[in-house]
Write a protein that binds this ligand. Structure first.
Ligand code: SF4
Length: 397
């Protein structure tokens, strides 16, 4: 499906394709390492190179079913269909922004919904992926948090967002160059699946993206930051700061499992950074809440000694739903100037896709209310969501 057309209602797929019955017991093909798949292929009497061919079809050609792996002999295809379900995620709705961003809604095998946003800027094409259905953390400025947690995404459901998005891009068009884990959910509360997905995204035999083009964004889960460092995946780390004091952060991110700011910053100091790389600190600017010159100075002090850059994200208001406003422009600029004077690299990031509710996750709230309702309520795989917002105005993600 290409171009700017909204997806219509789709038929539920055959059991050997992406979405399958929840009670499905076959292992998932998109979760198999090449080593494991090769061993299984050989154990079943086929030559090992068939596994490489399967990998090629899955990750380079992005096929949607085993039936499309046309250079595999029938017995191999039959064995694959009998032994595995494909896994992944299926696009059931899309919205195209005037600025070129595309918001995609996916159905998972059990009918749950997640979303990704594809953003283009110069030569970059960045896909913002979800790592959980809903989120348990309930940041005050985020609508995903308002809806609560449903379940973790599996690694194939994360990689599946990339594969399904690539299928939508016309042949010859600019490819996806970057991945950010800033969609629904806190990725470092789902380390196993997120790390598994990163391995698949960076494996040259699979998708083969450079780890330097992948960013994991967290609200500051200390244990997860440590695990990410230890996993040695070579990806970038972004941390949502959003407050300049413990109390300010506690008011905006009031979840029980929130780690202390000092501990978050200490974990950042110890995070293994490649030469010339920096941690990104994200700071959502909320009018009258965390945008004072004193806040800016405190942020500058807090980050002292950490190799980092700072992204300021002026909040996109959601009147009647979230009780926050965007600060006036002069206040945003003043905040930035103070940090520049303290020798930080500071960018102001305005949301992309504001007209389709598509700015990225942890920065200023995630899914809109209707998508979240769908995510929590489930529904049949392949059934499109409501295509226009009901009730509340759409928020950023
Ligand atoms: S901003 Fe991220 S971590 Fe916070 S509630 Fe939303 S999805 Fe969860």
């Amino acid at each position: 499906m290409h171009g700017k057309h909204k997806l219509g209602k789709q038929e539920p797929r055959h059991a050997t394709t992406l979405a399958s019955e929840p009670q499905e017991s076959r292992p998932v093909l998109l979760r198999q390492s090449l080593v494991a798949l090769t061993a299984e292929v050989q154990r079943n009497g086929f030559p090992g190179f068939r596994a490489k061919q399967v990998y090629h079809w899955l990750y380079k050609r992005c096929v949607e079913s085993v039936e499309q792996m046309t250079n595999l002999p029938c017995p191999v295809r039959e064995w694959l269909v009998a032994s595995y379900r494909l896994g992944g995620a299926e696009v059931v709705d899309r919205r195209d922004s005037r600025d070129g961003s595309i918001k995609l809604l996916f159905a998972l095998y059990d009918g749950r919904r997640i979303e990704s946003v594809l953003m283009s800027e110069g030569p970059r094409r960045t896909l913002c992926v979800s790592s959980q259905v809903g989120c348990s953390l309930r940041c005050r400025f985020c609508m995903t948090g308002m809806g609560g947690f449903v379940r973790n995404c599996a690694s194939d459901e994360i990689v599946g967002q990339y594969l399904a998005t690539r299928r939508l891009l016309p042949v010859g068009e600019r490819p996806i160059t970057h991945i950010v884990f800033m969609g629904m959910g806190e990725p470092l509360l789902n380390c196993e699946a997120v790390f598994g997905a990163i391995r698949r995204l960076t494996d040259p035999q699979a998708i083969g993206l450079s780890p330097r083009r992948i960013t994991v964004s967290t609200v500051g889960v200390v244990k997860g930051i440590r695990r990410l460092g230890e996993a040695n995946l070579g990806v970038n780390l972004a941390v949502s700061l959003n407050g300049s004091t413990e109390d300010e952060r506690a008011r905006l991110m009031p979840f029980r499992r929130r780690d202390r700011l000092d501990d978050v910053l200490e974990a950042c100091r110890r995070f293994p950074l490649a030469r010339q790389h920096r941690i990104t600190f994200e700071y959502v600017l909320l009018d009258g809440i965390n945008d004072s010159p004193q806040d800016a100075r405190r942020v500058g002090k807090l980050l002292s000694g950490i190799r980092c850059k700072i992204n300021l994200i002026p909040f996109n208001p959601v009147p009647g739903v979230l009780p926050f406003r965007r600060p006036p422009q002069r206040r945003i600029e003043r905040f930035r100037e103070i940090l520049l004077e303290m020798n930080y690299t500071v960018n102001i990031r305005y949301s992309k896709g504001a007209d389709i509710g598509a700015a990225c996750g942890q920065l200023a709230g995630h899914a809109d209310a209707q998508l979240l309702y769908d995510a929590r309520g489930g529904g049949e795989a392949g059934e499109p969501s409501a295509s226009v917002p009901r009730g509340a105005r759409r928020t950023e993600r």
